[in-house]
Ligand binder design. Structure first.
Ligand SMILES: [Zn+2]
Ligand SMILES: [Zn+2]
Length: 311
C-alpha cells in the first residue's frame, strides 16, 4: 500500500486539495459532475496557505472519515450555516450553566434531598434520585405561577432508563404519573447505590451567545470544530437554550394532560460534584460520561418528562 503523504498547515490550497483527492478512497469521486462543483466550492473556502484546522479537515476527506459536503459546511461562515438551524428549542431561550461557586440570590438545590415531598420510585420503595431543584423565584427561568417554589428534576436508574417517565408538580408534592416498570435490581448503577448525593446550592450563569452559537452549529449543522473548541462537545449541566446533547431531544413528546408541546427545560450530565472536580470524578451520578438526562416540561400543567440519552 502506498504511504500516506501528510496534508499540512502552510500548504498551498491547490496542492492540499490535490493530495486529499489523490489519496481519497471515497466513492464520491466517481459521481459524475459532483466533484468539480464541490471542489470549486471547497477551494474558495480555503485560506492561502491553509491553516492547521483546514489541513486536518482535508486529511479527514482523504481518509473518507468526513464527506466533502460536511467539510464545506464547516468552513462556511456561520450565517450561511444558519439557514439549516431551527429556532432554539429550550424554554427559557437563554441557556444557563450551573455556577457551583456563586449560588447568587436565588440558589437552586443541586443533588441532596428533594425540597418537596415526592412519590417514591414505583419499582422499589425508595426515593427518586434528586438531581436539581430550580428556584422558580428566579425570573430568568420564566417559571412565574409555579405551584411550588421549587421545580425538582428527578430521575431513577432502577427503572428501565430508556423510557421517559412523567411527573406533575403540585403545591404539596410531586406526583408520579407514569413510570416505566423496571427490574428491581439492587446493584444498578452499582452495588450500594446511594439514595442521594451530597447537596449544594448553585447559581445560574448565562451561556455566552458565541458559545451558544457553537453548540447550535455542532448539534444542528454537524460542524466539525477545531481542536481548541472540541470542549463544546462535552456534556454539561444546562438549563434552557440549546444544549449539547448526544442525541436530539424528543420533539414528538406531548404533555399527557393537555397534549401540548413539552419544550426542552434542562439536561443533567454525569457530574455530581461540579466542574472543579471533573478530574478525579469520584462521584458520578451513574458512572458513564456518555449518559445525559433530558427534561422536557409543560408549563401549562407543570408536568415534567425525564429520560436518558447516551452517546
Ligand atoms: Zn425507579
Ligand atoms: Zn400540559
Amino acid at each position: 500500500m502506498p504511504q500516506f503523504i501528510p496534508i499540512n498547515a502552510g500548504m498551498a490550497p491547490d496542492e492540499a486539495i490535490a493530495l486529499a483527492i489523490k489519496q481519497c478512497r471515497s466513492l464520491w469521486l466517481s459521481y459524475p459532475d459532483r466533484p468539480g462543483e464541490e471542489l470549486a466550492q471547497l477551494r474558495q473556502l480555503l485560506s492561502d496557505p491553509i491553516t492547521e484546522h483546514q489541513a486536518s479537515l482535508l486529511t479527514n476527506i482523504a481518509f473518507s472519515i468526513t464527506s466533502i459536503q460536511t467539510v464545506i459546511r464547516s468552513l462556511q461562515p456561520p450565517h450561511l450555516n444558519a439557514i439549516h438551524i431551527p429556532p432554539i428549542s429550550g424554554h427559557p431561550t437563554q441557556g444557563y450553566w450551573l455556577d457551583f461557586d456563586n449560588p447568587g440570590p436565588f440558589p437552586n438545590h443541586f443533588a441532596g434531598i428533594c425540597p418537596i415531598p415526592a412519590d417514591p420510585c414505583i419499582n422499589r420503595d425508595k426515593p427518586l434520585l434528586h438531581l436539581l431543584s430550580l428556584d422558580t423565584y428566579d425570573s430568568r427561568l420564566e417559571l412565574a405561577g409555579a405551584p411550588h417554589r421549587y421545580l425538582p428534576l428527578l430521575f431513577c436508574w432502577t427503572c428501565e432508563p430508556a423510557a421517559p417517565f412523567l411527573y406533575r408538580i403540585t403545591p404539596s408534592r410531586v406526583i408520579l404519573l407514569d413510570a416505566p416498570l423496571g427490574a428491581r435490581t439492587d446493584d444498578f448503577p452499582w452495588n450500594g447505590y446511594p439514595e442521594s448525593f451530597p447537596g449544594r446550592a448553585v447559581g445560574l450563569t448565562p451561556v455566552p451567545p458565541d458559545y451558544q452559537e457553537l453548540i447550535r452549529q455542532v448539534v444542528h449543522a454537524d460542524v466539525i470544530l477545531p481542536r481548541e473548541q472540541e470542549h463544546v462537545r462535552d456534556a454539561k449541566h444546562q438549563i434552557g437554550g440549546d444544549a449539547f446533547l448526544w442525541q436530539p431531544i424528543d420533539d414528538t413528546l406531548r404533555c399527557p394532560s393537555c397534549a401540548g408541546d413539552m419544550p426542552f427545560l434542562a439536561t443533567i450530565c454525569d457530574n455530581s460534584a461540579g466542574p472543579g472536580t471533573t478530574g478525579d470524578y469520584t462521584q458520578p451520578f451513574c458512572g458513564n460520561l456518555g449518559v445525559q438526562i433530558v427534561f422536557q416540561f409543560c408549563r401549562a400543567c407543570w408536568i415534567v418528562a425525564a429520560y436518558q440519552i447516551c452517546d
